[in-house]
Design a protein around this ligand. Sequence first.
Ligand SMILES: Cc1cc2nc3c(=O)[nH]c(=O)nc-3n(C[C@H](O)[C@H](O)[C@H](O)COP(=O)(O)OP(=O)(O)OC[C@H]3O[C@@H](n4cnc5c(N)ncnc54)[C@H](O)[C@@H]3O)c2cc1C
Length: 327
Amino acid sequence: MSEQVDIAIVGGGMVGASLVAALRPLRLRIALIEAVPHDSQAQPSFDERTTALSNGSRRILETIGVWQEVAPAATTIRRIHVSDRGRCGFARVDAAELGLPGLGYVLSNRAFGAALWAGMGRDPTLRVYCPATVLGVVPSAGSVALRIADSGGERRIEAGLVVAADGVHSVVREAVGVAIETRDYGQSAIITTVLPQRFHDQVAFERFAESGPLALLPLADGRCTLVLTVSTAEVESIMAMSDADFLAEVQDRFGYRLGRFLKVGRRFAYPLALTQARGLSGARCAIIGNAAQSLHPVAGMGFNLGLRDVASLAELLAERCAVGDSS
Ligand SMILES: Cc1cc2nc3c(=O)[nH]c(=O)nc-3n(C[C@H](O)[C@H](O)[C@H](O)COP(=O)(O)OP(=O)(O)OC[C@H]3O[C@@H](n4cnc5c(N)ncnc54)[C@H](O)[C@@H]3O)c2cc1C
């Protein structure tokens, strides 16, 4: 026998879990299918990264009742400093000069995941399947059938709509026949934290160099998240460096605006590619977040765009609910 729901969301990462929060007031019957528990070391979305959130994202998160939960863990970006290695001059943007409380916020992905998943306990109409993976998706005229595997074996879910929030390698997007275009950037992003000698003063730094951009995002405890973009050819050797050599490399690329870098955390590397789905919907399917588009982290826009997908889809569904359309 299959479980009947209004919406099946596949992927409970940054975007899928945000959609659960956004749909909460609609009281729809929702099934969330997520392969990896949010607090697992292997979770690909809620991992060691931090995310730079725009003011627009803050407003969306406020509206869907999530900002209140994550605000204590977020660091406000008061200024942004942009420079080009080997050239004089720089650009500086100051929140105070613009009359804003901040230019954006830095939030750890793990803190975000903990807040989003804690909120799910308040949803009486939500059914969570985790760890569970989607094996197949078959749309028909009146519904879409999902075959999933979890610890209890295989089961079937019948939904009015399936949402593909299962990331770049989306099985749902593929099952409904939406193709993607992809371009390898030939670069990887190395993520870690560094402790600078001088306090960052809540300034985010973006520095462009021949080898790729480097970003430093301020964290509450005085450390910074480092996003170092390197070419595919050099990623292996940079990852293999001792901490001292790595800090010297970062110092060389960034300079001494924050004094010397004193400590570095564990490093993680992410190969970078531009991916775009050829459509944002298929038969009884909406495609959101990284399943729809993934881009270079230089602008810190991937999740911010995914959250707009969430807001747009939630608005459309709310309109349908308001006119009593359950098709
Ligand atoms: C180095 C780096 C830094 C970044 N920094 C920023 C930033 O500062 N600001 C910003 O806005 N964006 C940033 N991004 C982009 C951001 O991380 C992504 O846009 C965001 O993670 C997308 O979330 P998602 O939920 O769509 O996909 P994902 O994060 O990929 O999550 C997909 C989820 O689906 C689950 N899943 C996959 N397949 C299945 C299946 N078959 N069945 C069930 N579950 C499944 C996965 O376990 C996962 O939980 C950065 C990206 C990188 C690589």
